[in-house]
Design a protein. Structure first.
Length: 369
């Protein structure tokens, strides 16, 4: 059996080198045929998106797809098994001749397994392709929901802008304080008169809601354009305009919930660390930084997306900007708070670890999984 498998591996590499630059057409996407295996046997994957799965299986009939090829592609290394026998380890794209595999199999059908640590369904591609006239395999799964998604981005962008203009009209002084770049770096009490306003007042809550909608729109645009190796966007896929609106509302609601939890954490820890009176100052300036940074970044992201920009590294940068902003805030918060407390630097650093640094690590872990 092993000599035949080695010969099949040789044929695989031969076909991979010969046809690497040719054009292909996709005959069948096998991702919908993925199955998992447990004590009771093979089972269809019904929980999609899935997490923590290391091996997927799909079945092919021996006489199916004659003269065609099996394309497997992932940016991370993966192992290929045929009927439980390991074939080889690959990384990137590999093209296997179905006829060559079938000749080595005696049964009418066979199972192909792909093993990889934490399989990402956006990154792993399994397709039946043909060398007949068609498009390159890199384009097979590249169809993005630009028709309805671009319409959504335009409408959501205009809606958010109108809501901001409305709130600015209702609360001009508070809006001027929130969007004051100079006051982000100010530590003087006279420059932060609005911090005396109750954080849970209706006027402040309106800005929290707008901040949540703004960041939700920002993240959704980024998620839909990240490279396949990022797994988080799987949880925010949609197939229509209203579904993507629902995804926007869900992300925005999650951000708003985080803001509410942030208020509770800051108020609790300022009392625990003996920093009474700092909670309003701390949280108000944090929201101010988010509004200024993500207000500007969302405008730039909106313009880039509408102008049909599609470079994945640009969207990765916009995702990284979330972490960069939180790191910058830790530095700013340390400088602002150090001038207002009589505690030691270590005491203040411990407070920031609990309120900012630990949430930063959690955010980076979630965004870049």
């Amino acid at each position: 059996m092993w000599p035949q498998m080695l010969s099949a591996s040789f044929v695989v590499f031969l076909y991979s080198s010969v046809f690497a630059q040719e054009k292909f057409t996709t005959i069948k996407d096998l991702n919908g045929d993925w199955q998992t295996y447990d004590e009771s046997g093979y089972m269809a994957l019904t929980d999609i998106p899935f997490t923590g799965l290391h091996t997927i299986y799909f079945q092919l009939d021996r006489g199916a797809f004659p003269g065609n090829f099996l394309l497997l592609k992932s940016d991370k290394p993966f192992f290929v098994f045929i009927n439980g026998k390991i074939m080889a380890e690959y990384q990137g794209q590999v093209i296997l001749s179905i006829d060559s595999i079938s000749r080595e199999i005696d049964s009418p059908s066979y199972w192909i397994g792909v093993h990889q640590k934490d399989i990402n369904e956006r990154d792993m591609r399994t397709e039946i392709i043909s060398t007949r006239l068609g498009r390159a395999p890199e384009d097979a799964n590249a169809a993005r929901p630009y028709s309805y998604f671009r319409d959504f981005v335009v409408i959501a962008g205009l809606t958010t802008t109108l809501l901001f203009l409305l709130v600015f009209r209702l609360h001009p002084k508070l809006a001027a304080d929130y969007f004051s770049v100079a006051r982000i770096f100010s530590s003087r009490e006279v420059d932060d008169g609005q911090t005396s306003i109750r954080l849970t007042s209706s006027s402040n809550i309106q800005f929290y809601i707008l901040c949540s909608l703004l960041i939700g729109l920002y993240l959704l645009i980024v998620f839909y354009n990240l490279p396949p190796k990022y797994a988080l966007p799987i949880r925010f896929q949609a197939s229509g305009f209203w579904m993507i609106c629902w995804q926007w509302l869900k992300i925005s609601a999650t951000v708003f919930f985080i803001l509410v939890m942030k208020i509770m954490i800051i108020f609790s820890l300022t009392r625990l660390f003996g920093l009474r009176g700092m909670a309003r100052f701390h949280f108000f300036n944090w929201i101010r930084l988010l509004l200024v940074i993500f207000g500007t970044a969302t405008i730039l992201l909106f313009m880039y997306f509408i102008s049909r920009g599609d470079r994945p590294d640009i969207f990765v940068f916009f995702l990284s900007l979330v972490v960069i902003t939180l790191i910058a805030w830790i530095v700013v918060a340390f400088l602002k708070l150090s001038g207002r407390t009589g505690h030691s630097m270590f005491h203040l650093f411990s407070y920031l670890c609990a309120t900012e640094i630990i949430p930063l690590l959690i955010t980076a872990k979630v965004l870049f999984q």
